[in-house]
Design a protein around this ligand. Sequence first.
Ligand SMILES: [Zn+2]
Length: 337
Amino acid sequence: MKINQEMREIIRKGVRFKDIFGLEKVKEQVKSALFAGHHIILIGPPGVGKTTLALNIAKMLPETELYDCPFHCSVDNPQCEFCRAGKSHKIKVKGEERFVRVQGSPDLTEEDLFGDIDPKRALEYGPTSIKAFSPGKIFRANKKIFFFDEINRCPQKLQNTLLQVLAEKKATIGSFEIDIESDFIFIGTMNPQDKSTEPLSDVLLDRVDFIKVGYPESTELEYEIVINNGLKETEFDKKLANIMIELVREIREHPDVEKAPSVRASIALFNRAQANATLKVRKKVKWEDVKDSLVSVLAHRMALKPSVEFNTTPEDFLKRIVEAFWEKKKEKIGDAG
Ligand SMILES: [Zn+2]
């Protein structure tokens, strides 16, 4: 069965992305694109759950059978030399095993994705033998989710090597002129804040749907993410933790901020505040524990707009913000101050 058909049946039965808090509109868009059999690029800043979302999609996939050959051939369509010689075995894969990840970078090559001649095997089988070819990740992604993180960090030339396999669900092996099935769902990501990137090529854009993923919609949702991923070392009053998250969210939306601190920054602050309290032999986190870790956790995770960065540093900016925030919230913070 084609992976798109499999996915359509799952979505028709009604699915929830239970690893993701909030982002309801994103989930609706993802379901609709997957149902249509489209490839997806998730666009958003780091730390908003793009990888978790893609992994969650893989986890929804049922167990399937593949061959353990280097090409991970389908059991209903074994095509490679090893399978045809009866040298491969059926293996069961499910959930996260149906997830293949590639990290986009300017150095990533076509050989990394599609494979290359393996010198050891070339000596054994001869350089012109197909058996000398060591397949890349594209083939291992057969019947899986192919997750391409930060695809826009790759040169357009490399982006365009994906076109055939995205459209036809098969890839040609190097110079052998042999097509091997590679039937996957492509989920790419892009960070719009990343300046060191290439634009996506028009031909690739024409083969994917874009879905924007933003920060959690509310402080309450971000709190859920933070307590689910953070330390549970010291008592951290819910009200105080929410105020801490409000502070991060206020910095995130500040007009002078160009690169905003992520949800991971909120989690890091939550953990460091607990560490501070514990090291001071206190049983409960206080506001000063948050304040004392603020610069160390946030300053390098954010950037100010060029128009303001000449007058101030992120460190001074944070100190000013936190003082103003304290004035606004000190009554609410109360005893925990
Ligand atoms: Zn095979």
